[in-house]
Write a protein that binds this ligand. Structure first.
Ligand code: ADP
Ligand code: ZN
Ligand code: MG
Length: 483
């Protein structure tokens, strides 16, 4: 394609707090409409906002996790506009002096080192929700639910450093993993706790000047980010191809139609008449306190991924998949330790375990297979006690019943014959019954070994440990050669 996409994301993440950003109302999702409201979040006259310290702490964590400089003083401003779900007529946000700026996310993406700069991270309150359907008179009326009004958000703004729709989508996944690991957001995109506005322009390949950008609002899945951007890149390229100019505007992703549609012409910052909120003093943070939050940051997915690659020899894709899912990563580490075999632990977790979780959603989060039990199962395979295929059956039964692998192997008689003396007898019999194969082997046609292994396996109903059978046969064939 002669045009290169240029993409920057603005991500809204709900901060994990019990209460709203400027009042004591609950932030719990799914409550009856307008049951978590008070004069402050309804914007009633005279009600005064009081800043939630927990929200500040999570916002600072977010900023530090993204390598930003956190400012010792930041200002809350009023962003003025009319919308029915915004009862005050303005949103409290940070504008000229945001909480943090100049961050950076560096990550390996399929072997390529990428760097996305973060412009700013600021705090703001969420608006309420307009409900356009689900009521008998929804055709004529819009209902308003203010439970979300005043829920604490951080807005994370990247520089236009992303160069393709799939890169943007993968960066967004990385960011989600980081927010989850930092413990600031629940990553739930269906409930709206994490949403993305994508800004995109195109320019002739090889040129440096940025094209005119379009903003696609409120994308709430990785797939939509990629698909909406794909569509928009093609649309804008066609406009330029035909000698036209791209209109600077805000567009929406039409899920059913698989296209973006124009929503409004781009508003400018000055349209909002931002000014410092006179009800809120500047947010002043002590450097020591910021340093304390920094120290308390847990290991983040990129570091964890690289550790999985370096210490456990996992390929990048596997390491990334595990590291981006905070819970799965912990599960993997415990299993790897119990199994003393990280590669195998990763394979079991990304294969059978993930598969099971996907097909049985009722079980998510209360999987009866513990890391210790899965580790024990892997050890049974590694010690040759059971075969790989028997292990799959044992796993299914562990997942269904929560029994230990040892108990299942015992009850089902799945254990391989791993006892050398017992096998030695079968090996001798097999050699005696197949003199032709023995002669051929000794004449240098060692390919007959496979045939003999097969015979022993058959004689033991497949319960012999194939590795041991191999060893015993070889030494028997070679030892008697000189006799
Ligand atoms: P605005 O003034 O329109 O708010 P900003 O400079 O604040 O624009 O950037 C908003 C978002 O748009 C950022 O994520 C930024 O990376 C992105 N962006 C800015 N310019 C462009 C462009 N020409 N093409 C693509 N994305 C852009
Ligand atoms: Zn309230
Ligand atoms: Mg801006």
């Amino acid at each position: 394609m002669p045009y290169e996409p240029v993409i920057g994301l603005e991500i809204h993440a709900q901060l994990l707090t019990e209460t709203k950003i400027f009042c004591g109302c609950s932030t719990a999702f799914g409550a009856p409409p307008n049951s978590h409201v008070c004069p402050v979040c309804l914007g009633l006259p005279g009600a005064l906002p009081v800043l939630n310290q927990r929200a500040v702490e999570h916002a600072v964590r977010t900023a530090l996790a993204l390598d930003c400089t956190v400012h010792e003083a930041s200002i809350f401003a009023r962003k003025n506009y009319f919308y029915p779900d915004l009862p005050k007529g303005y949103q409290i946000s940070q504008y000229e002096e945001p909480l943090a700026t100049d961050g950076c996310v560096e990550y390996l993406d399929d072997g390529v080192l990428r760097r996305v700069r973060i412009m700013r991270v600021h705090m703001e309150e969420d608006a309420g929700k307009s409900v356009h359907d689900g009521f008998p008179d929804s055709g004529r009326k819009t209902y308003l639910d203010f439970n979300r009004s005043g829920v604490p958000l951080v807005e994370i703004v990247t520089q236009p450093d992303l160069r393709s729709p799939s890169e943007a989508s993968r960066f967004f996944q990385r960011l989600r993993g980081t927010l989850l690991a930092a413990g600031v957001n629940d990553g739930n995109m269906e409930e709206g706790s994490l949403r993305c506005d994508a800004n995109v322009s195109v320019r002739p390949r090889g040129t440096a000047a940025l094209g005119i950008k379009v903003e696609i609002k409120n994308l709430n899945s990785f797939r939509f980010v990629e698909r909406a951007l794909d569509y928009e890149v093609r649309r804008q390229s066609a406009v330029l191809e035909n000698g036209g100019t791209v209109l600077q505007e805000t567009r929406l992703w039409d899920v059913a139609g698989g296209r973006t549609v124009s929503m409004r012409s781009k508003e400018e910052a000055h349209d909002y008449r931002y000014f410092p909120d006179p009800d809120l003093p500047p947010l002043v943070l002590a450097p020591d306190w910021i340093a304390g939050v920094q120290t308390a940051l847990p290991e983040l997915p990129e570091a964890r991924k690289r550790r999985f690659m370096a210490d456990h020899g996992l390929p990048e894709r596997d390491a990334a998949l595990l590291a981006d899912d905070h819970e799965l990563a912990g599960f993997f580490e415990e299993t790897a330790a119990a199994a003393k075999n990280p590669r195998s632990a990763a394979n079991w977790i990304m294969g059978p375990l993930a598969h099971r979780k996907k097909s049985d959603t009722s079980r998510v989060g209360r999987e009866p297979v513990t890391p210790a039990a899965l580790g024990a199962l892997i050890r049974l395979v590694d010690s040759g006690t059971i075969s790989n295929s028997a292990a799959r059956d044992v796993f299914e039964r562990m997942a269904a019943t929560g029994e230990s692998p040892d108990a299942i192997v015992e009850a089902e008689g799945l254990s391989q014959i791993g006892d050398a003396d017992e096998l030695q007898v079968v090996v001798r019999q097999t050699l005696a019954q197949n003199p032709a194969a023995v002669t051929k082997y000794r004449a240098g046609k060692t390919g007959t070994l496979g045939f003999l292994v097969g015979r022993v396996m058959r004689a033991t109903d497949g319960q012999a440990n194939p590795r041991l059978v191999n060893e015993l046969l070889k030494s028997a064939l070679e030892a008697s050669e000189g006799e």
